[in-house]
Structure formats: structure tokens, C-alpha cells
Design a protein around this ligand. Structure first.
Ligand SMILES: *[C@@H]1O[C@H](CO)[C@@H](O)[C@H](O)[C@H]1NC(C)=O
Ligand SMILES: *[C@@H]1O[C@H](CO)[C@@H](O)[C@H](O)[C@H]1NC(C)=O
Ligand SMILES: *[C@@H]1O[C@H](CO)[C@@H](O)[C@H](O)[C@H]1NC(C)=O
Length: 408
């Protein structure tokens, strides 16, 4: 037993030293101008480091130097072992604890391959399982690049039934559902599933994620609240996909089946295997799905509603006292523009965005990192390497250092 333990320790030490060595080689051989920023200063909110990062971000040459065309991934993955080595993918579980608690990921993407690959690399562990849904209407170079990456790993696969995702409409949910069904069918080992889009990034290491999920003790963690009065129209007015957009038909929607209380929440969830079993097998769910097809942004209601259905694994009662906000759930940290503001204002939930906004959501800048890393969420949204590569670069360094220090 002691010999075994010593053996394990030596193995871990070898992995740690090996990873550090590769890290060293890579930072030496491929300078990349991202290296010019002072990540430890940025993560501490240091003014000088942040100003330096800002200057770098607005530099056109810098932006160009960071861009990677889709075709690159097809050639870079011709030799898979070389690709994994170069990109420093972990090739064995970092601890017994992580090996004993495999996770499943459903990833829905449609563009920005570099974002996807860096996210994948940040969450990759050989004991986990990954399903990737590439939008049916994605550019063929995007599909080819992502296919080439996934083909390098036995535990990453493309969804068996891709759909044409329409913004704010049912197919967005269906994309995740198809991946989750594939994940459920392909392995019985995983304990929790987390769904992601290409512009998410983790704030925690795999070990931290595993420990947090174990502490949920079979429960789920997702945004699920009473429907705000201002959003009720999304379910009251009947909607239909016409010419690729989800449009109001001018008619009233039917009342929800079984008089089910419809809840408000997020597209992004952290749920147990049992929750997915309920979604796939509960006899009430097909009727709910049909009904949600006639609503607006059903992805922000479907999961939240199922989480409050009696009999669903890890669910909580529909009573308002059990409401959980997006800030209390661990699934996803998002800065909505309307809730940003000065710390002194009682109306602001978080400090102002230091990056830019797309559809009223903050695309993080380096100045958001210090605050972000103090939050309990497992993932944050949105990051865009084309807009600002520094937040992802510094998070990568932070997480890698943390994962390796956990080995001791
Ligand atoms: C990075 O920033 C930190 C904190 O602001 C500072 O102490 C350190 O000297 C900086 N390092 C470099 C290389 O500029
Ligand atoms: C692939 O890369 C690995 C690691 O660099 C190398 O050992 C191997 O010979 C390569 N295989 C082929 C077929 O080139
Ligand atoms: C799961 O696999 C079984 C047997 O291979 C198959 O009959 C079933 O349709 C699959 N279910 C899903 C949801 O893919």
C-alpha cells in the first residue's frame, strides 16, 4: 500500500514537472505578444498592469498576431500526439479524487474556433466526457476545424444529431438536449453535466469543480426564479420560427401543460445525471417541450421550470422561497449591463464592465478579472479572444498554475 502511494506520488511529481517543463519550453519557443502583459499584476487589479493591458488590446498588430485561421487547426491536428503535447493537454487524471468523479460537458458552438479550443483545453481531463454541438449552419471551415480537434480525443465527440440553432428559439435547447442524450447514453460513469457555449471560460480548476459538485450532494445549481412581470409576454404570446427568426404570431399561447409554474432562469446549468434522466424519461417533459416551442427564449425558462418540478432529481419546490438567482447559483457568472454600476449604488449588482458589450452582456476585459476570481461560479460568460485576448490568457495561466500546485 505504501509502495503504491509512493508510486502515485512519483507519478504525480513526474506529471507536474513534465507539465512545467513543457510550459517553460512553450513560453520560450513561441513568444506570442500576449506574454507582454503582467498577468499577476492584472489579477491583483494593479493599475499599471491594467493600463499596459489596455494599450496592448487596442494595438492592431497585437490583435492580428493573436488571430488564428480555422485552417490552422486542420494542419495542427494531423499528428494528434504532437498537437496535445504542443497545446499542453493533460493526458492523465491529476488526482484519484478527480478520476473517481468524471464530469460531462455539452458544448454548443457556431464560430470562433480559437475560443472553443482554448476553452476545451482549459477544461480537458481524460476521465471526463465531452459532446460538441456545431450549429448546422456554421461555416464548413468551422465544422472541419472542430471535427479535427475532437478526433484527437477518445472522450470528445460531435453530437449525433446537430440542429439549426435559431437565436431566442427552441432549437437552442434542442442542441443541448441532443448532446445530453448522447452523453447519457455513452457513459454511465459521469456524475454531473455542465453545458457551455464557445464564449465561456472556467474560473475554477477541475479539482475545484469536482469538490464543489460533490458538496451539492446530488442537488442542482441553476438560476430559477419567479417569472418577472416584464418578461411574462415571452410565454403568453405565441411564437413561431419564420424565416429563421422567432416571431410573435399575434395569438395567445396555450396555458402551460399540467398548469406547471413556469420559471425564469438561464441557458446555462449545472445538473446531476439524475436530472438528465428526468428530462429524458419523465412523462410530463415531452408536453412541456412542445409548449415551449411556441415561446420566446425558451432556453431561459425550460431548465428553470424543470428544476422546480416535483419528482425531478435534485429539484426544489416551486415556492418562491426556493428561488435561486444567477448570482447565487454556481453555473454561470454574467455581467448584465443593466445591473452594473458603482459599488455605492443599491441598484447595481456588480461593478462596471471593463470590456465592451454585446446584446447587453459584458465581454470581459482584463479589469474584470480581479473581481471575477472572487466569485463562486464555476464558469463566466462572455469572453472573446478576437475582441480582447488578455482575460483568457491570464485565466489560462492562473488555472494551470493552480492545477499544478494542487498536485502537492
Ligand atoms: C506586475 O504587477 C505587480 C503588481 O502590480 C508588480 O508588483 C510587479 O512588479 C509587476 N511585474 C512586472 C514584471 O512588471
Ligand atoms: C507525431 O508526433 C510525435 C510527438 O512529437 C512523434 O513522436 C511521432 O513520431 C509523430 N508521428 C508521426 C506519424 O509523424
Ligand atoms: C440510447 O441507446 C439505445 C441503445 O443503443 C437506443 O435505443 C436509444 O435510442 C438511445 N437513446 C438516445 C436518447 O440516444
Amino acid at each position: 500500500m505504501r509502495l503504491l502511494k509512493q508510486g502515485m506520488f512519483l507519478l504525480k511529481l513526474t506529471i507536474a514537472l513534465g507539465s512545467l517543463w513543457i510550459l517553460f519550453l512553450l513560453t520560450r519557443n513561441k513568444p506570442g505578444e500576449e506574454k507582454m502583459c503582467n498577468c499577476s499584476g492584472i489579477l491583483q487589479g494593479g493599475r499599471e498592469a491594467l493600463e499596459q493591458a489596455k494599450l496592448l488590446t487596442i494595438n492592431k498588430d497585437f490583435q492580428k498576431s493573436v488571430h488564428i485561421p480555422d485552417e490552422h487547426y486542420m494542419s495542427a491536428t494531423k499528428n494528434c500526439s504532437e498537437f496535445k503535447l504542443r497545446r499542453k493537454y493533460f493526458t492523465s487524471p491529476l488526482s484519484q479524487e478527480e478520476e473517481d468523479f468524471p464530469l460531462a460537458y455539452s458544448m454548443v458552438v457556431h464560430h470562433k474556433v480559437q475560443n472553443f479550443e482554448r476553452l476545451l483545453r482549459a477544461i480537458y481531463a481524460p476521465q471526463n466526457i465531452y459532446c460538441v454541438h456545431v450549429d448546422k449552419k456554421a461555416k464548413s471551415s468551422v465544422l472541419s476545424a472542430i471535427w479535427a480537434i475532437t478526433a484527437c480525443f477518445p472522450n470528445i465527440f460531435l453530437v449525433s444529431q446537430p440542429v439549426d440553432v435559431v437565436y431566442a428559439a427552441w432549437p437552442r435547447v434542442q442542441a443541448d438536449l441532443n448532446c445530453m442524450a448522447d452523453l447519457y447514453n455513452s457513459s454511465t460513469r459521469w456524475k454531473y453535466v455542465i453545458n457551455l457555449c464557445g464564449q465561456d471560460f472556467p474560473l475554477k480548476t477541475n479539482l475545484e469543480i469536482v469538490r464543489t459538485l460533490r458538496s451539492l450532494k446530488g442537488g442542482n445549481s441553476l438560476h430559477s426564479e419567479e417569472m418577472p412581470a416584464a418578461q411574462v409576454w415571452r410565454m403568453r404570446n405565441a411564437h413561431k420560427i419564420i424565416d429563421g427568426t422567432n416571431q410573435g404570431t399575434g395569438k395567445a399561447n396555450d396555458p402551460p401543460p399540467f398548469n406547471m409554474p413556469i420559471m425564469y432562469g438561464s441557458t446555462y446549468i449545472v445538473v446531476s445525471r439524475g436530472f438528465i434522466r428526468s428530462v429524458l424519461e419523465d412523462s410530463r417533459v415531452p408536453a412541456l417541450m412542445e409548449w415551449f416551442k411556441h415561446t420566446f427564449i425558451p432556453d431561459e425558462m425550460f431548465w428553470a421550470t424543470i428544476q422546480r418540478m416535483p419528482g425531478v432529481s435534485g429539484s426544489t419546490p416551486p415556492h418562491r422561497k426556493y428561488d435561486m438567482s444567477d448570482l447565487n447559483a454556481i453555473a454561470r457568472l454574467v455581467k448584465w449591463q443593466g445591473l452594473e454600476g458603482s459599488q455605492d449604488s443599491p441598484d447595481s449588482a456588480y461593478p462596471e464592465c471593463h470590456g465592451s458589450h454585446v446584446r447587453k452582456v459584458c465581454i470581459y476585459g482584463a479589469g474584470d478579472l480581479e473581481w471575477m476570481l472572487k466569485q463562486h461560479h464555476l464558469f463566466a460568460n462572455k469572453f472573446d479572444i478576437d475582441t480582447d485576448p488578455i482575460p483568457v490568457y491570464c485565466l489560462e495561466k492562473y488555472l494551470r498554475k493552480r492545477a499544478l500546485s494542487e498536485l502537492q
